[in-house]
Ligand binder design. Structure first.
Ligand code: ACM
Length: 640
């Protein structure tokens, strides 16, 4: 009997020390690792700690340096890096080792924390870098402080983590054209993305509102194309620039700036995918060199005023913002541009845009008609395809592979093109069916510039994308060869993103949802647990002074007219366990007000439906004072 008891005790201890898969409250990692087991006890980081480096590899040395620096700022400890040529690791130290472990691949890592030591190992330095991000997330949130935090015990829970990414392509796109972001802001962007294990920055470098990269021999691109008239107010509804108005808003990266950004990114295991968006989205290029257009005229860099109209059959341009596919000078121009872009960016791909080209000016162009005759092109889609295929040849002649948005499918894909699917997943599915590589960036999951709450309270955007919808992002559609899906990408467009704080607000927490979708195993994703972990990341961001959106705590409003002709409103929250309290009497609701239980019929003469969410008796959302007029309007426009 005693033996049985001892055995039972032993088994119990085993399960306590090496607990089962853990989503324990003390560990709130994003993205969630492939496997994680928590144990007993904690590692204590003290002022005597060293980062022990067990390899001579220069990249690993750099990671050790990053770790030492990161740990020393908030702790105030020195935590120097020390090269150690032994297999054993010193008590109280953090060891970094390069090993050979087939499960980990190029970016995976293994992290073992116990009360004596921390051992981080990986096949490649990139794995050490991602393991370091995990290690930092395991430390108390105060580690994110930029100044010394005294009287803090720096404990790391005992864990064994084995982790590696689901996809090699884990990208964030940053539109630096609609609004310019400085070199230092791009570096900060990189610093923030790597915390969630993104490894690719897609820079949208050119568009109608600005050309952002110096090209030698084409000085007007940055003398003219990088600058525009400054506008506040509603994008798409501002005044067109006056020729006499100063064009001083904007900027560009010199080639030295680009080299510096590329190196900064490379040091952090981030590649940069440059995008030169052609043939449309090219007003800045055409303003610089009007001879590149099919339509003679004088052009100005767009300042946010409307110049295209969108219908169900696509878009019609009011001003021609395209490069002329029938003009040989355009291909010479692009050869110069892509020669230099290829030299500046070591990444194997170049993105050539290809999206949203209005064809109405091409239809009127004699040169395009002549091109169609000569090349036997039957319609404007085939003209576009002819252009993209020529661009692919240019890109390939520079030793690079070409990517384009999914419109490049129209009229026939270029032979080796990779497709970035943004208008949903359909373009990606179609491209994969033709055997092409695909990156999934569907706007209904990954466009993180969209509103993440009710349009009445969010900064304006074209549509809404809630956090839980982003979290549902699954890059591999049913019935598609998974080997053709390289990965996924979140896109931060900047029509409305006028500054970095605004960008952070849009990116976080949705950037975390997409990071988890491209790094973690699909079956590990769990929405309520993700919300819990996001909330922990919020606390860290508060310390680090990074902006994020708390809109996940607010309800969405769905308005309709019921069978009796009365205005009905349904409220829904995406975060579990929230209570919504409301008022119709113009006073501010709190937890003593009526709680939302079922759809509301709006009382006669009410002016506002005021709502606020609570959790466990504490307010957590913002008060929203929704005008009844706004709800009535929604029933008319059927937006709900
Ligand atoms: C896009 O959003 N036009 C790619």
């Amino acid at each position: 009997m005693k033996k049985v008891l001892i055995a039972a005790l032993f088994i119990l201890m085993f399960f306590q020390v090496f607990s089962q898969e853990d989503h324990g409250s003390s560990v709130s990692l994003i993205p969630i690792p492939v496997s994680m087991h928590t144990g007993q006890g904690k590692f204590m980081l003290t002022k005597n700690a060293l980062v022990e480096l067990k390899t001579n590899n220069a990249d690993a040395k750099r990671v050790a340096g990053f770790l030492s620096k990161k740990l020393s700022v908030a702790t105030g400890y020195k935590i120097p890096v020390k090269f150690v040529n032994t297999a054993s690791h010193g008590t109280g130290n953090i060891s970094l080792a390069i090993v050979q472990d087939a499960t980990l691949g190029n970016e995976g890592y293994k992290l073992i924390v116990n009360s004596n030591s921390v051992l981080l190992s990986a096949n490649k330095p990139a794995g050490l870098f991602y393991g370091m991000q995990t290690l930092v997330q395991l430390l108390p949130k105060e580690i994110e402080s930029k100044t010394v935090v005294s009287n803090k015990t720096w404990k790391i829970p005992s864990v064994t983590i084995i982790d590696y990414p689901r996809f090699g392509w884990r990208a964030l796109m940053f539109d630096v054209s609609r609004h310019f972001f400085t070199k230092d802001e791009v570096k900060t962007f990189i610093d923030n993305m790597v915390k969630y294990k993104y490894n690719l920055l897609h820079l949208h470098l050119t568009d109608d509102q600005g050309w952002r990269i110096e090209i030698k021999g084409l000085p007007n691109l940055t003398k003219v194309g990088a600058w525009r008239a400054k506008r506040e107010g509603a994008w798409g509804n501002t005044k067109a620039p006056d020729p006499s108005e100063p064009k001083t808003y904007g900027g560009f990266y010199t080639q030295d700036d680009i080299k510096e950004i590329v190196q900064y990114a490379k040091d952090r295991f981030v590649n940069i995918l440059p995008e030169i968006d052609v043939p449309a989205h090219s007003m800045a290029a055409v303003a610089s060199y009007p001879e590149l257009s099919c339509t003679p005229g004088t052009y100005a860099v767009n300042a946010g005023e409307e110049f295209q109209v969108w219908g169900k059959d696509g878009n019609q341009a009011l001003i021609d913002n395209t490069l002329c596919p029938a003009n040989e000078k355009v291909y010479t121009f692009l050869d110069t541009v892509f020669t230099q872009v290829a030299q500046l960016f070591p990444f194997e791909y170049i993105h050539i845009g290809g999206d949203e080209a209005a064809k109405n000016f091409w239809e009127k162009s004699d040169a395009v008609q002549a091109l169609m005759q000569r090349e036997d092109l039957k319609n404007m889609e085939e003209v576009q395809s002819y252009f993209i295929k020529r661009v692919e040849k240019i890109v390939e002649s520079k030793g690079k592979k070409m990517i384009g948005w999914d419109e490049i499918l129209e009229g026939g894909l270029a032979p080796n093109a990779t497709v970035m699917s943004w208008r949903g997943m359909e373009g990606g599915i179609a491209a994969a069916k033709e055997g092409h590589h695909v990156i999934m960036a569907p706007m209904d999951y990954t466009y993180v510039d969209l509103m993440q709450g009710d349009p009445y309270v969010e900064p304006p955007e074209f549509a809404t994308l809630l956090l839980n919808q982003s979290y549902k992002f699954e890059p591999i559609p049913n019935g598609v060869d998974p080997n053709l899906i390289l990965g996924g990408e979140a896109c931060l467009w900047s029509e409305h993103t006028t500054n970095m704080r605004a960008g952070e607000y849009l990116l976080w927490p949705r950037g975390m949802a997409i990071a988890e979708s491209v790094w973690s195993p699909k079956e590990k994703k769990n929405w309520p647990d993700f919300v819990r972990r996001v909330e922990y990341q919020f606390e860290r961001m508060d310390i680090e002074k990074i902006k994020y959106s708390r809109s996940m705590y607010d309800p969405s409003f769905k308005a309709s007219v019921d069978e009796n002709g009365q205005l009905k409103v349904e409220l829904e929250t995406e975060v579990p366990d929230l209570d919504i309290y409301y008022s119709f009497d113009e006073t501010n609701p709190d937890e003593f007000y009526p709680k939302y239980e079922k759809p509301l019929i709006i009382p006669k003469d009410a002016l506002h439906l005021k709502v606020i969410t609570y959790r466990n008796g504490k307010p957590i959302g913002k008060q929203i004072n929704m005008p009844i007029e706004e709800l009535i309007k929604r029933t008319r426009t059927k937006k709900g």
